[in-house]
Each structure stands twice: as structure tokens, then as C-alpha cells.
Ligand binder design. Sequence first.
Ligand code: PMP
Length: 285
Amino acid sequence: MSLYQWMDARLGPADTFSVPLNVNALHYGTGVFEGIRSYATQDGAAVFRLREHLLRMKQGCEVIGIDFDMDEIGEAILAVLRANQHRDAYIRPLSFYGSGLGLDVEALQQHHWVASVPWNSHLGSAKVKLAHSPFRRNRHTSIPPLKLCGAYVNSLMAKHEATKRGFGEALFTDESGLVVECTGENVFMVKNGQITAVEHPDALGGITRRTVIELTGADSRAVSLEELREADEIFLTGTSAEIAQVGQLDQRELGPNPVTLTLRARYLGIVRGESAEHETWLTRF
Ligand code: PMP
């Protein structure tokens, strides 16, 4: 039986939704998406930091002129999760321009779609093999670091190049050797017990990154690749990756990663509703 999805105010089986091949978003990447997680908790299930994801998506929509109703999409997300009886799930809302070629999108129809799939962590507790990428990240002065569909071709190329060399993820740096982020995660390092969040204007404002800073009081600042290479521990944060330990950066092996693993366990407890103090981050359904 096909999963339930939601599109343009209708909840229905996935195979009842389709778009023609001339949708503008397919040709020019004129869409905005989010990656959101829900988790089983002792008492039902909950979406983690839903409002923050919807806010970021709204920002992305504003950049390309799509009207985005946070309440409507928020309700649609919960409706899809309930219809699918999903608990541990990955949620994908997508807002995009419909049929019509060319870059004059004002007259085009705007579509909003939501899907959920059962999900466990994409990296799990595995150690990531990270490769310094020969590609540069999209500059924020050209394309803002939001979840704009077309911008992800940049991530795809870097990931593909790293994968071909046997690595699991790619690390972007800028022309002056400062660390930016990975293709789908932000970067942190630990040195002498001190946690530092890598800050860079070209990096996505990660919600997991912000969560870790709020939890640990980590310092947020620019970090060079040279400094990162000297770290005791490196970890990546993302909704999908959660908190993932880096086991290798290019040829250098890292680990064990005690600070990362402790933080990871704390984060997994919070998303699973084990911390009353952080209940406001959960939207129960
Ligand atoms: N950077 C990029 C490029 C991403 O796609 C993601 C995943 N959304 C992240 C960082 C991590 O952001 P978040 O913690 O909000 O998922």
C-alpha cells in the first residue's frame, strides 16, 4: 500500500500525486525544501524543532517569491505523519514552481508537497570518513545559504567527488582556507575539551548546530582547515546525521571521540523526549 502524502491542501495516497515534466522546478531548481525528523518517544511521537524548520523554509520561499504558510505546512506535516502512522520518520516538505518554462515565474502556479518516510539516522554511530573537497561552497553573495533546490547541485558534486575517492562526506573550505561546512552537515571541533562550532557566512544556519550551541555553550567562530586538522575530535551536525563523529579527515585518523559520543547520547535523549527541560522543542502528534 502506498504511503500518504499531502499536496496543495489534499491528503492522499502517494500514487495519486504527480507533476508534468515541464515543472519549472525540475528545469531550474526553483523550489525550497526542508529535512525534518520525528522520533518515537515514551509517550507517542514528536517532531523535533518543527517551527525552526518552517521558519527557514519560509525564508527560502521569500527569496524566490513563493508564498509559504507556516501553519498550513505545519499542520500538513502532522497530518501526513498521522496518516502514515510514522514515529521515527524523515519528513520532506517541498514548495516549488509548477508548469511553465522560462524564468518569469510570477504567473506560475506554486505547489506545496509533504511526504514522510520511516527513518533511522543516516550516519548512525558510524565514523564518517571526511574528505577535503576541491569544490568551493556556493558563495552567500551569489546564492543565500538556505535550502534552495538548485543550490544542492553544489553539494551533490562535492559528495560525488568524495565518494569516488572512497570517502563518505566532503568538507568545503573557502579561498582563504576557512572551513565552511559539509554537503549536508555543519562542522564542530573539540580541542582540550572545548567545543567550537565552525562559523562561516556561506554555511547553512543549521538547526542541529544551533541546538548543540544552546546545549553546550559552544563557541561559534571562524576555523581554518589547519586548525581543524589539529582538533582532538571533529563532529558533524544535521537533522538527518544528528551528531556524527568524524573518524578520518583526509589521511588523518581521529578518535576515540568521548566528547562527541557523550553529546550524541544527550541529543538522542532530548529528541526522544527524555528531557522535560527541552519539551518546547518537541511538537507531539
Ligand atoms: N548544511 C547543509 C548544506 C545542509 O543541507 C544541512 C541539512 N539541513 C545542514 C548543514 C544541517 O542543518 P540542520 O541541522 O538544520 O539539518
